[in-house]
Design a binder for this molecule. Structure first.
Ligand SMILES: [Zn+2]
Ligand SMILES: [Zn+2]
Length: 103
């Protein structure tokens, strides 16, 4: 997994891939959801993921980080076990990368 901004190797951290050079983050579960197409090149069996630009997380400019009070956090909606339950909103602080969720 390489950073699409600076091409450095990204390391796995929880639900994210994090670039150690520029701090760029990519959400794993969002990529698994199928927005990135996987192309199988047959004989060579090389798997290439394209359209990565579309996986950028949306920014909620009204979210306030409970840890550092920074205003602005990336968010992700996740459906819990039962379809009757509302989606849970997961936030990641833009400033300190603290994660929390909202019900
Ligand atoms: Zn980077
Ligand atoms: Zn924070």
């Amino acid at each position: 997994m390489f950073c699409d901004k600076c091409s450095s190797l990204m390391s796995s951290s929880g639900d994210y891939y994090v670039c150690s050079s520029c701090g760029n983050r990519k959400n794993k579960s969002k990529m698994e959801a199928g927005s990135g197409r996987i192309v199988n090149r047959g004989v060579a069996k090389q798997v290439v993921i394209i359209d990565e630009e579309k996986n950028a997380e949306p920014l909620d400019s009204d979210a306030v980080c409970p840890k550092c009070r920074h205003v602005g956090a990336y968010f992700l909606l996740k459906q819990t076990r039962s379809a009757d339950e509302p989606e849970t909103k997961f936030y990641t602080c833009e400033s300190c990368s603290h994660r929390w969720r909202e019900y």
